[in-house]
Design a protein around this ligand. Structure first.
Ligand code: GFB
Length: 323
């Protein structure tokens, strides 16, 4: 993949991946298995990341060399819009505790994960890292975005004041095995996989798509993200966000048609305009990470097929995370 020199070789290092039960954290843990490092994880019962003294005790006891902040309160457009306090407070606490405690405990390396929704609602496309904080945010997810912007700034502040090598990666909209398939709380891909699968099973003549179907989104398969993140952890050391995207976007209606084909739903797709559209377009400029030698391997069709396979194999409604 990348031919750059590792500024932070992972061999023999203790790497704490927070949020390992989530889709992103789980993929990062799998990716780190190729790296001859020791991966540390902690269950929610062991450490509530919103609790500073629990985070302080755990980090000082386990002494990781690096921390990946994949833990976050996440959800789709409706969850973001419905639970603003949870999205703002939980994410602020998780990142503030981990970044501050990492610094105080002398953790050498830290990678914070944000999201493409940190950029202005009407940012020029494709969105460059420099457009951060140049215009207002999309209202449906400004709570989450403001927490994530604070996380980027925390990494930059500890870098500037204390010389810490803490970095921030901004993934585009993600999907894949281990996603949250909650009917209301999920992102669009797992939401539609579930709804279209259930409509097919019920032989329903039609099912719905939220919003107008016209917004454009860029999607990245989670294993491609994990590969990018491990490369960045080893090789990248700059302030500010670095975008991680697929470089291609599509309309939500095009996405729905592809998911209908993958799941075998042949009925009508009706739009439900009572649900929000969110940002009209969110395609990131990936020049910076491409220059480091990374590019995604998974096309949208095969990624969706794998995500659907995972959904079928793990379809256990009682275990779906609530939002
Ligand atoms: O994936 P999604 O919730 O993320 O929605 P955002 C993307 C688009 O798909 C929106 C439409 O225009 C939705 O209206 N959509 C259609 C659906 N059908 C559905 C459905 O069944 N479920 C969902 N969820 N959407 C989130 C942010 O925004 O993106 C988060 O709220 C985060 O903070 C995440 O940044 C990456 O791209 O609109």
């Amino acid at each position: 993949m990348s031919t750059n020199i590792d500024i932070f070789p992972l061999i023999g290092k203790r790497v704490f991946v927070s949020g390992h039960r989530g889709m992103v954290g789980g993929a990062v843990v799998s990716q780190l298995e190729n790296e001859n490092c020791e991966v540390l994880t902690a269950s929610r019962a062991e450490m509530d990341l919103r609790n500073q003294s629990e985070v302080n005790d755990w980090v000082n006891r386990e002494r990781p060399d690096a921390i990946v902040i994949a833990a976050a309160k996440v959800g789709g457009i409706l969850a973001n819009d419905t639970y603003p306090a949870d999205f703002l407070y939980d994410n602020l606490m998780i990142e503030a505790n981990l970044i501050h405690v990492a610094h105080v405990a002398g953790v050498q390396r830290l990678m914070f994960l944000g999201s493409s929704c940190i950029y202005p609602k009407f940012a020029e496309q494709p969105i460059k890292e420099e457009s951060l904080l140049t215009a207002p945010l999309e209202p449906t997810n400004e709570w989450y975005a403001i927490a994530k912007i604070a996380g980027i700034k925390l990494c930059d502040a500890y870098r500037r004041q204390y010389g810490r090598s803490y970095i921030s990666a901004m993934p585009t909209n993600l999907y894949g095995p281990g996603d949250n398939f909650h009917p209301e709380g999920s992102h669009v891909i797992p939401g539609l996989i579930r709804r279209f699968h259930e409509a097919k099973e019920a032989r329903a003549p039609h099912t719905t798509l939220w919003g107008t179907g016209t917004p454009r989104r860029e999607f990245l398969y989670v294993d491609d993200l994990a590969e990018a993140l491990v490369m960045l952890l080893k090789q990248y050391d700059e302030p500010g966000p670095i975008n991680v995207g697929s470089g291609e976007d599509m309309t939500i209606l095009e996405l729905a048609q592809t998911i209908a084909s993958v799941t075998g739903f042949e009925g009508e797709i009706r739009i439900d305009e009572s649900k929000p559209d969110g940002t009209p377009r969110k395609l990131m400029d990936g020049s910076r990470i491409r220059a480091l030698g990374w590019s995604p391997k998974t096309d949208i069709r095969s990624g969706l097929e794998r995500a659907y396979r995972w959904f079928l194999d793990n379809h256990a409604p009682a275990e779906f995370r609530s939002v």
